[in-house]
Design a protein around this ligand. Structure first.
Ligand code: ATP
Ligand code: MG
Ligand code: FE
Length: 356
């Protein structure tokens, strides 16, 4: 089985071919990702108009490159899988319409994929993980804990009630005058900082409600920065280190609760695992905290390679393969309309066009 995947939901234009033959492990035959980071950097964040235009310009070439790289012709592809939501609607339209055109021209089925489902199933592509497992998705647009019970069977246990974690990193960086994207720069600055200098809040820590919150932390950072401005390099480093410590602590508390709940709800899973996905999962301080938590709780800690943790099309192609294999690839998907909002636990099985 070979599927061509297309991803355009945010600021990466991506295409990939993934193959699954018999009982062999799946193989990523090509995985091309063009990041638009430089086009958005001057604005300190993703600008939807610019993103949509950049997808239009790049996508055809990226798809051609993915096919060429894979040495598989369009004829030999079984289906086209494309991200149909959630995300920026301009980009989604570009990707889904391109996929529909290719599918119609080549007479292949089109599979509309939920971007979050792509993230949720990646650990099965990279590590062959068995259901059920727990997913922590921490990116620029999402902060969620999801129980992954099967293909098309997801239960969201926690989400953020305000900012996404990546967004909190990006806003903190901006306040401190660090360049976009903020996450990697906050981490770099934190390396030479004193994490004990500022006692920032740990939002939601100890709360019986399972969700995340980061806006209070962001406000605390702003107040601290304003109080001691102008900031020296050491001040910035100390704020970053203290912020990161607060984030790791708060995250650890939330994830710890979810691990306990997982044990209760899935007592038969002898090899429980926590999978991380999203750009923030690159953060070493956060990774170390989660790793320690997992080893304490007897969970495997699975962090797929960074290139497959951030937005990519291999995960979309793989989700297509999973749906084909499970017989839930869907019908009438040529009618499928992009959805800017599309919660993972409302992914229907099988997927059908909206008929709109
Ligand atoms: P989506 O939320 O739709 O999946 P996205 O493009 O916002 O898309 P990613 O590309 O997965 O998400 O991740 C980008 C985010 O990850 C940014 O907010 C960035 O600041 C953050 N990030 C990247 N590296 C690090 C790091 N080392 N530490 C903390 N945050 C990081
Ligand atoms: Mg991105
Ligand atoms: Fe993503």
């Amino acid at each position: 089985m070979r599927v061509l995947g297309i991803e355009t939901s945010c600021d990466e234009t991506a295409a990939s071919v993934v193959a699954l033959e018999g009982i062999a492990a799946p193989e990523i035959l090509s995985n091309i990702v063009l990041s638009q980071i430089e086009e958005h950097a001057a604005f300190g964040g993703v600008v939807p108009e610019i993103a949509a235009r950049a997808h239009v310009e790049a996508l055809d070439g990226i798809v051609e490159a993915a096919l060429a790289d894979s040495a598989v012709s369009l004829d030999e592809i079984d289906a086209i899988a494309a991200t149909a939501g959630p995300g920026l609607v301009g980009g989604l339209i570009v990707g889904l319409m391109t996929a529909k055109a290719i599918a119609a021209a080549a007479n292949k089925p089109l599979i509309a994929i939920n971007h979050l489902e792509g993230h949720a199933l990646t650990a099965r592509l990279t590590d062959g993980l068995e259901f059920p497992y727990l997913l922590l998705l921490v990116s620029g647009g999402h902060t969620q804990i999801v129980a992954v019970r099967g293909v098309g069977d997801y239960q969201r246990w926690a989400t953020t009630i305000d900012d996404a974690l990546g967004e909190a990193f990006d806003k903190t960086a901006k306040m401190l005058g660090l360049p976009y994207p903020g996450g990697p720069n906050v981490e770099k600055a934190a390396a030479s900082g004193d994490a004990r200098r500022f006692a920032f809040p740990r939002p939601m820590k100890g709360s019986a409600q399972p969700d995340f919150s980061f806006s209070g932390l962001k406000t605390a950072v702003r107040q601290a920065a304003t109080a001691i401005a102008p900031l020296s390099d050491q001040d910035v480093a100390d704020i970053c280190a203290s912020f990161q410590a607060a984030v790791a602590d708060a995250l650890g508390d939330r994830v710890g609760r979810a691990l306990a709940r997982f044990r209760q709800e899935f007592p038969d899973q002898a090899k429980p695992a926590l999978v991380v996905a999203g750009g923030v999962a690159a953060n070493r301080r956060i990774k170390a905290t989660l790793e320690a938590l997992c080893s304490q709780a007897g969970f495997a800690f699975v962090a797929p390679p960074q290139k497959l943790c951030t937005d990519n099309a291999a995960m979309i192609a793989w989700a297509g393969i999973e749906r084909l294999r499970a017989g839930i690839a869907g019908e009438n998907t040529a009618d499928f309309v992009p959805r800017s909002r599309w919660p993972l636990d409302s992914v229907s099985t099988p997927l059908v066009g909206s008929g709109r």
